[in-house]
Design a protein around this ligand. Structure first.
Ligand code: ADP
Length: 354
């Protein structure tokens, strides 16, 4: 099992005003899955290309098990890339596609046959050796691509949005299959995705990437529940931030005093955040509850989304129990102190905070 370490990586492309990656440092423990989560254009694929050897960094270091791989040619790094599209050879059978890497290595016929069978069992597609890629569904093609990537027993698996062209059910089954196989083989894996749910469900650790920078890297649960900064929190779906003066367990925001609890930063200027599903809607006033008016509501099945006017600010709430108040109606939003958490304010506060 291989440990990957990236330190101070910077990469600029010609004719681009800003670097695709700026001083990125990250580590993946042996046998774990690290997800790189960020919007399109944030530099995630560039990071995979640097590891795979498709691109070279301007500066910085990449090591596998403590040894630099920067001077090792791409085909000797033991890192395989898998993309959104399977890119199988259309005129070769499934078996020939999977066998390709082993043939290049000069493996014997018997080894190739045994390995192809083993890989097809691993990706749960036994008995399709003779089919052509065109006869397979999108999900099956990705499984074959995975088998082809893994047959040479690489040290590192690099997945670049491999599920994003699949429909939701197939995507989920394939996510589960990749996670199982990754765990069984103990192969250190980096997964690039812009899908928060996918990163949270699959990864041991998630790195949040924005505009070529790593904003935070932690376990899915910690990043979801307590993202450390405003920018990290936004990437995790938080939209409510309260800035104010903190004194004696109270945050004096421009909407009034709100109780906060738990370990708090030092007194003085502070910013707190709350997840949209932790904000409660209530018909009556109460502690930490602010008067609000419903601007819009959207039914989304298991939950309903509300846009509320609170003072001169708008606030987004996700409620599992819809309220029986029409748009324009008045109610209260409760911000429970135990769900308000401090964040380091790393944004230029162009928006008006609460
Ligand atoms: P992501 O994978 O997060 O979508 P990328 O790593 O593909 O992001 O791209 C990061 C930035 O680098 C983007 O602004 C993109 O336009 C730019 N970029 C990527 N590849 C190239 C290239 N070959 N030449 C020039 N610019 C590129």
């Amino acid at each position: 099992m291989t440990a990957i370490a990236l330190s101070h990586l910077t990469k600029s492309y010609p004719r681009q005003a800003t670097p695709a990656l700026a001083d990125v440092s990250l580590a993946a423990e042996p046998g774990t899955l690290l997800a790189l989560l960020g919007a399109s254009g944030s530099g995630k694929s560039t990071l995979l290309k640097l590891i795979a050897g498709v691109e070279a960094p301007d500066s910085g270091e990449i090591t596998f098990d403590g040894r630099s791989i920067l001077r090792v040619p791409a085909h000797r790094r033991g890192a395989v890339l898998m993309f959104q599209k399977a890119y199988l050879f259309p005129f070769l059978s499934v078996a020939e596609n999977i066998a390709f890497g082993l043939r290049v290595q000069g493996a014997s016929r018997a080894t190739i046959q045994a390995e192809v069978r083993r890989m097809l069992a691993l990706v749960e597609l036994p008995g399709i050796e003779h089919k052509r890629p065109a006869q397979l569904s999108g999900g099956e093609q990705q499984r074959v691509a995975l088998a082809r990537a893994l047959v040479t027993r690489p040290r590192v698996l690099l997945l670049d949005e491999p599920f994003s062209s699949l429909d939701p059910t197939v995507r989920q089954t394939l996510q589960e299959a990749v996670r199982r196989i990754q765990g069984e083989l103990g192969i250190t894996t980096l997964l690039v995705t812009h899908d928060r749910g996918e990163a949270l469900a699959m990864a041991d650790r998630v790195a949040l990437i924005e505009r070529g920078e790593v904003l935070a890297c932690d376990t899915p649960r910690r990043l979801f529940e307590r993202p450390p900064t405003c920018r990290a929190a936004r990437l995790m779906g938080v939209t409510t931030f309260l800035r104010g003066e903190l004194a004696g367990g109270w945050l004096q925001s421009r909407l009034g005093a709100l109780a906060v609890c738990g370990p708090s930063p030092r007194e003085g200027r502070a910013t707190y955040a709350i997840r949209p599903e932790q904000i409660r809607l209530r018909c009556l006033p109460g502690p930490n509850a602010l008067p609000a008016r419903i601007l819009a509501q959207t039914f989304r099945g298991e939950l309903s989304e509300y846009v509320l006017q609170v003072g001169d600010a708008t606030l987004r709430v996700q409620a599992f129990q819809p309220v029986a108040i029409p748009a324009g109606g008045e109610l209260f939003v409760e911000l429970p102190p135990e769900h308000l958490f401090p964040v380091c304010d790393d944004e230029a506060s162009s928006e008006r905070p609460l």
